[in-house]
Structures are given as structure tokens and as C-alpha cells.
Design a protein around this ligand. Structure first.
Ligand code: GLU
Length: 428
């Protein structure tokens, strides 16, 4: 508790401690009931499974998988599955809590969860990935379900991963129920029960909130410059949509390096390069820059869309942008946030800025339940309505309580969750 209440103690704090400190700050701002606060400091359940998988060469390898269910008072647990070699318990716990706040902020009837497997998916064949995914899904058993806990893609996973999960889950239950359980995962391919607009949803939602910010600030996106960290699903879609609005993506960094072109990088061409080469390194329409130069890029908009804890006491002083739009979950630590604030750089926090993904996941789940197929226009229109409403709520709360945007967003989520705890009480 002592470490958590130290405001600028982010060096040495792990990601879960940062998430806890963010919760504590918002709890204080709204005088959250200490009982509710206590419940929300820990996930409801933490599942860790170790499971063997046969590799292509006939050997067996043991994998460690996680599913952390943070809270389900607002609805079924909901959140992605991450495949990454640095996945660890505290990371998944933080990510699960962030999902609870995100769903509650967007007023989606879901709770929060997150899962993952600690391994580097790039080092495995497609057949191995399929066996790993199916065996993990089998190990999760009835800990997931369309009315209980609904996984989705995250870093290192995609629509194919979700279809394997769905198929494994379907084939583990009674045959007559197969089609009724399509909604056990979201982010599926269109052909296997996914939603139009789900793949670009996080990038699209991010742009919708950035447009609201621009409107409020009297800023024009046409002609604006952008730096993006991470060029996976979130970063590459945000780049493409922003380019269509006339913005210019001048710098991109990922695990392979950073590239810069003051004339603007071509998002579609760069995405194709990343797909073929596994990263931005080697893209020949740009100059190579180092990490420091990347953070110091002279761009109006900075979009972290990779891992947690990237904007820190070290990198925040370098940044020259007007606004940070958090495509990633938890990209800013406490010290980084304080520095951005003191330098007058606005932050559109993760629980709002990247909520387009879970919002369209909710649409997918609804379509599965009702056996409906919505048009892309319909999905985008509904997404736009929900993202702009959440932006307005966050800004109203920020002004009313004189707090930063992240705390304001948390305040709205916590108020809603607290109301439900008051109404329902604690069993028994
Ligand atoms: N993994 C995404 C996130 O962090 C999407 C979650 C979902 O669609 O359930 O928000």
C-alpha cells in the first residue's frame, strides 16, 4: 500500500502496481466506498495452466497459460488473449483490471478479464500455433463461455486464433448447442461468425476520440503529423484511417527499430512490409532513427500502440507532441504521466482510446446471439456514437472534478460499478 500511494514512484513499480495506483487515485477523487475499493484491488480469480503440446519435430513442450478474471458485476468477463514471450501474472492482472474500467466506461454490459501464454508466436509454425491454442482452450474448459467469460484477440493473436478457440470450445460440449456458443470468443473471421469492422475497430475508435479532442481544441487533423509506436493491428489501422483524413504519419517504431520520413510514410505499404518482414526495419522509403530520436519526433500526435510502460521518466521529457492517444494498454507509467501533464501534453487514456476493440466485440457478441449480420456502416455508426459519448462523459468528469482525463474516465467507471455493488450487496 505504501508504494502505491507514492505518487511518482513509477521507477521500480511493476505494471500491476501502476494499475493499482491509478485505481487508488480515482477512488480518492470520488470517495469510493472502501469496501468496493478493496474488492476491486484484486481480480476475482487467477487461473494458471501448464499444458504440454506436441511440436512438429515430435517433441513435447510445456507452456504456461493465464486467464485472469478481474470483475463480472457488470456482465460476463471480457478481454483479450495475448501471446508474447514476456507475459507474466502481474501483467495479465493489470490488463484484466483495465478491461473492467474500459467496459464500464463505454457502458458495455461486460466485466473485465485478460489471458495469455508466455511464448513468442513468431517462433512456431502454424500447425504448432493451432495445437497450442486448442490445448490452451481445452485447459481453460468451462472457465470460459459466451455468458461467462469471452476472450478476444490481443497482441500476438488474431481472427484465426479466435476461430480455433471457438471450434475447440464448440467441440467440447453437446452437439446440439454448437451454434449457440459462437459468442464464446469475439474477433473471429467474418466467415466464422465475426463482425464487419472488428479488425479495424481499435484503430477506428481511437480516431473517433482523437477527432473529438481535435474538435474541442480547435485542431485540424488534415495536415497534422503523427508518430506511432507499434505497427500491428492497432497502429497500422489508426495510421491508415488518419492518412485518409489528411494526417501524415512521419515516424513509426517497433521491436525491430524505428523509421522516419518527414514527407510521410505510406501506411498501407509499410503494413505490407511489416507483414512480409516481421517489422518496420528495412523499409526503404525512410531513414532509420534510434529510440531517443523516435520519442523526440516533431509530430503533433503520438500514438503508443505496443507494450506497456513506454512513456516514462526517461522518454516523456523528449516528447514534442500535443496529444498522446493510448492505443496500447498501459503505455504510460506514473512518472511519465506527471511529466506529460506538467508539459501541457494532453492524454487520451487507454480505457477510452483503445475501447473500440471491445465495443465492436460487444457488437459481434450481440450479432451472434441474434443471428444477425450488421453492415459496416451500421457498426461504424454505433461505434462512433459510443466512443463520442464516452469522450464527452470523460471530459465532463474531468472538468467537474478538476482531474486528469485518466482519473476522470476511472471515476465514471467506478461510480457505475459502485452503484451496482450498493444495489446488489455482497453474497451471502
Ligand atoms: N484485447 C483488446 C483490448 O485490450 C480487445 C478486447 C476484447 O475485444 O474483448 O481491449
Amino acid at each position: 500500500m505504501a508504494a502505491r500511494s507514492k505518487k511518482s514512484a513509477s521507477p521500480g513499480m511493476n505494471v500491476f502496481e501502476v494499475a493499482q495506483a491509478q485505481l487508488d487515485r480515482a477512488a480518492k477523487a470520488i470517495d469510493l466506498d472502501p469496501d468496493v475499493h478493496q474488492i476491486l484491488t484484486q481480480p476475482k480469480s487467477e487461473l494458471i495452466v501448464n499444458f504440454p503440446v506436441r511440436m512438429d519435430d515430435g517433441s513435447y513442450k510445456l507452456f504456461k497459460g493465464y486467464r485472469i478474471q478481474h470483475n463480472n458485476i457488470m456482465g460476463p468477463y471480457k478481454g483479450g488473449i495475448r501471446y508474447h514471450h514476456e507475459v507474466h501474472l502481474d501483467e495479465v492482472k493489470a490488463l484484466a483490471a483495465w478491461m473492467t474500467w474500459k467496459s464500464a466506461l463505454l457502458e458495455i454490459p461486460f466485466g473485465g478479464a485478460k489471458g495469455g501464454i508466455k511464448f513468442d508466436p513468431r517462433e512456431y509454425s502454424k500447425l504448432e500455433l493451432e495445437r497450442i491454442t486448442r490445448r490452451f482452450t481445452h485447459s481453460l474448459g468451462s472457465n470460459i463461455g459466451p455468458d461467462y467469460d469471452i476472450p478476444a484477440p490481443d497482441m500476438g493473436t488474431n481472427a484465426q486464433t479466435m476461430v480455433w478457440m471457438m471450434d475447440t470450445y464448440m467441440n467440447s460440449g453437446a452437439h446440439t448447442l454448437k451454434n449457440a456458443v459462437r459468442g464464446v470468443v469475439t474477433g473471429k473471421s467474418l466467415t466464422s461468425g465475426g463482425s464487419r469492422g472488428r479488425e479495424k475497430a481499435t484503430g477506428q475508435g481511437l480516431v473517433y476520440v482523437l477527432q473529438e479532442w481535435a474538435r474541442e481544441r480547435g485542431f485540424t487533423l488534415d495536415g497534422a503529423t503523427v508518430a506511432i509506436q507499434g505497427f500491428g493491428n492497432v497502429g497500422s489501422h489508426a495510421a491508415r484511417i488518419l492518412a485518409r483524413l489528411g494526417a501524415s504519419v512521419v515516424a513509426v517504431q517497433d521491436h525491430t527499430g524505428a523509421v522516419f520520413n518527414p514527407e510521410g510514410l505510406h501506411p498501407k505499404r509499410l503494413a505490407e512490409h511489416v507483414r512480409l518482414k516481421g517489422g518496420v526495419a528495412g523499409y526503404d522509403h525512410a531513414t532509420v532513427i534510434d529510440r531517443e530520436a523516435f520519442f523526440a519526433t516533431d509530430a503533433d500526435i503520438f500514438i503508443p500502440a505496443a507494450l506497456e510502460m513506454q512513456i516514462t521518466g526517461e522518454t516523456a521529457p523528449l516528447m514534442k507532441c500535443k496529444v498522446v492517444v493510448e492505443g496500447a494498454n498501459g503505455p504510460t507509467d506514473l512518472e511519465g504521466e506527471e511529466i506529460l501533464q506538467s508539459r501541457g501534453i494532453d492524454v487520451l487514456p487507454d480505457v477510452l482510446a483503445n475501447a473500440g476493440g471491445v465495443t465492436v466485440s460487444y457488437f459481434e457478441w450481440l450479432q451472434n446471439r441474434r443471428a444477425e449480420t450488421w453492415t459496416l456502416e451500421d457498426v461504424d455508426r454505433r461505434l462512433h456514437t459510443m466512443m463520442t459519448a464516452a469522450y464527452a462523459t470523460m471530459r465532463r468528469m474531468a472538468v467537474e472534478r478538476a482531474v486528469d482525463n485518466r482519473t476522470a474516465a476511472y471515476c465514471h467507471s467506478l461510480n457505475r460499478i459502485q452503484t451496482v455493488y450498493r444495489e446488489r450487496g455482497i453474497f451471502p
